[in-house]
Design a binder for this molecule. Structure first.
Ligand SMILES: O=C(O)C(=O)C[C@]1(C(=O)O)C=C[C@@H](O)C=C1
Length: 296
């Protein structure tokens, strides 16, 4: 059964790389924004939406997290972590000399991953934010008259016929982004077997309960459950009101995680499980688009 997969496009985005890596045989359609992609999954126009959640340099993609918490009840069904290499791409008809570049286009996460490079090498360039890195590459393709560059990947360079003026401009090595698959569909994707699983929970603390967070964490720690992430996000109800988003390195079971939930609820906390899911690395999956990602 072919799965319909929505991803943040246009073609050549890192999200497309993630979607292809995890479900190479799917029927893919691109969406211009993260919310429109998630909306398509909520309306079941696609079986699965692939959206970025967290980057090793820049942290959470708040748009995704907020839509998962506030707008939709779309369970996370899998995650895939993809290496991220950012390149400065120019139109083939333009000078590759960095001194000639006056404008830089990209997704805010990509700009943030390269801001030391941009500050050092292109201190006078104006920054323009786009919905994705591939949207930035398309902008450069369509505007050969501009002395502009996109921060994007080599798949985007190939897709839009751009030339790298400088490769690997991300400020720190080991740059990775964690993408999640979210889905309301009954159709189960066939994924490669995962070595690890996670469960993501959103916890609301009772007000005026000193030490509540400490007690929540102890519910995990005495069960020897490893947390891979804890982050607070505004509840959007007033200053000082926060959710805690907690990732536990454990698949939902019948004993330990239900025990945590019951203990935390008994403290007066609200608990919502965003998903319990397998965690894949694109490097562990056979078909990782390596060919497409190498320069022409
Ligand atoms: O713009 C893209 O290519 C995306 O897929 C989005 C996104 C993100 O939001 O983090 C994905 C990976 C990179 O970290 C930069 C941008």
């Amino acid at each position: 059964m072919t799965m319909k997969v929505g991803y943040l496009g246009p073609q050549g985005s890192f999200t497309e790389v993630a979607a292809k890596a995890v479900m190479p045989d799917s029927e893919r359609s691109s969406f211009p924004t993260i919310p429109s992609c998630m909306e398509a999954a909520a309306k079941q126009e696609v079986d699965i939406a692939v959206v970025p959640l967290e980057n090793a340099i820049e942290g959470s993609v708040n748009m995704t997290l907020d839509y998962l918490i506030h707008k939709h009840e779309l369970p996370i069904t899998a995650e895939v972590t993809v290496p991220i290499e950012q390149h400065l791409l120019v139109h083939p008809g333009r000078d590759k000399n960095l001194d000639q570049i006056t404008d830089v286009y990209s997704h805010p996460q990509a700009i943030a991953q390269c801001h030391e490079f941009i500050q050092r090498e292109l201190p006078n360039a104006s920054i323009h934010y786009t919905n994705s890195t591939s949207a930035a590459a398309l902008e450069i393709q369509e505007n050969p008259d501009r002395s502009a560059a996109a921060v994007a990947n080599l798949l985007a360079a190939q897709t839009y016929g751009l030339t790298p003026a400088k490769q690997n401009i991300h400020d720190y090595g080991n740059n990775h982004t964690r993408f999640v698959l979210v889905s309301d569909s009954k159709k189960e994707p066939v994924l490669k077997e995962a070595k690890t699983h996670k469960t993501t929970m959103v916890i609301t603390l009772p007000s005026d309960y000193s030490g509540a967070l400490h007690q929540v964490l102890s519910a995990f720690s005495w069960r020897k459950l490893n947390l891979t992430k804890i982050e607070s996000r505004p509840m959007k109800t007033g200053i000082g009101n926060y959710f805690f988003v907690i990732d536990v390195e454990k698949e939902m079971d019948e004993v330990l995680l239900p025990g945590v939930i019951a203990e935390v609820e008994a403290l007066g906390c609200g608990v919502r499980v965003l998903g319990s899911y397998p965690c894949l690395l694109s490097s562990d999956i056979d078909n990782t688009n390596k060919k497409e990602l190498s320069p022409k």
